[in-house]
Design a binder for this molecule. Sequence first.
Ligand SMILES: [Zn+2]
Length: 115
Amino acid sequence: MHELGIANSVLEAVRVELGRYPGAIPVRVALRVGELAGVDADALAFSFRAITAGTEWESVALEIQTSPRQQRCPACGNAFRVIDYGFACPVCGAPRTECVGGDELELDYLELEEP
Ligand SMILES: [Zn+2]
């Protein structure tokens, strides 16, 4: 399962980050997932709970923020969200625009509690 691998990577990232703050307690980890990243947010949340249950990471809440697909118009520089597969530029009407966002999968922030 793809999402299980991602959940493990997230936990690994939390571990690495915690190494820089000895003694701190992780409270929340937030991920930004683009709608083009091919990640099922529910499955990812489930996987994360599954691998942290009964461990020292059990209290860490996973927050998943999805980000929409973004296009940019090379003609006028306008950046916009795609709604209903409308890829034409809403400002100047250029039919060809390029994808500049929405495929990201990254750690947004990690909330820690000082001991
Ligand atoms: Zn344009």
